[in-house]
Design a protein around this ligand. Sequence first.
Ligand SMILES: [Fe+2]
Ligand SMILES: [Fe+2]
Length: 338
Amino acid sequence: MQEPFKHAVLAVDDEEGILKALTRMFRSIDIELSVATSGPEALKLLQDHKYSLIISDQRMPGMTGVEFLHLSRDISPDSIRILLTGYADISATVDAINSGAIRYYINKPWDDELFLSRIKESLELYELTANNKYLLELTKQQNEQLKIFNSTLEARVSSQTREIKMQRDSILKSFMQTIKALSTLIDLRFKDVGSHSQRIAAFSKQVIAGYNLSQKEYQDIVVAAFLHDIGKIGLPDKIVSKQPAEMNKTDLEELRKHPILGQSCIFFIEGFEEIGKIIRHHHENYDGSGYPDGLMENKIPLGSRIIRIADAFDKIAFSKGYPSARSVNDATAHLVQY
Ligand SMILES: [Fe+2]
Ligand SMILES: [Fe+2]
């Protein structure tokens, strides 16, 4: 909060009597008055003191009141200036008003009441201007502080965002490592498939890189690729121990339950709903001849279609359980035919 104003006033006149009269008048309103008997003497006082109001006589030897008041503006621009004039000084007074050197002029001899009211107005005006300046300065300072606060806020937010991202990346990494470990367990349950689930995931990743998918859609397909055969864990040992070529119709019917079993395995995990759907439909065929629901074309989720192709390719190219494991080129050519 700003301190209450303590005004100081400077009066310049070469006549001692006038200065005494002014001193009495200001004492009556309890305001400190400094006096000088010439313009140069008053200018010296202005160098070292701050005055709210400067009152100057016009007719003084050496330097006129108007000349002094003009010079005083350079030293004390905010002071309010009053010129004391005689009736013969009208032209100088008009010039002083027009050039902005003075706020008021008072004719000598003055009327105390009118003079005091001009003095009061002048001091109020000075106080108002000073308050405005103070508030403007305060606003500037607060804006600066706000700028500094905002800049540190941005830095703090971006540092926290980085930290959150690092934590999220770390959680995602652990999550994917867990999924990968689970897929290794799935593959261990079966003979001669090697890292089947990991190969399907790698293949799927390559295919979906060409699609404009959201991060969630991308991750769902990759997780589903790793876990697509999780339902096979629930199959009886007699099925698991057989190669596909050795299976009879009943065995194959049993084997075909694994997509639905897979979906039920992960049904309870929050956020795995889409992964469950992809797993359920990973043996659907584009022409509707697949299982378990005989879905066709775009009714089959994209992830399921990609895993279906990857699975078929992998079985042809890598699986020892199929009649003729072929080279990658042969397997590709075989798939292209269909
Ligand atoms: Fe499968
Ligand atoms: Fe598979």
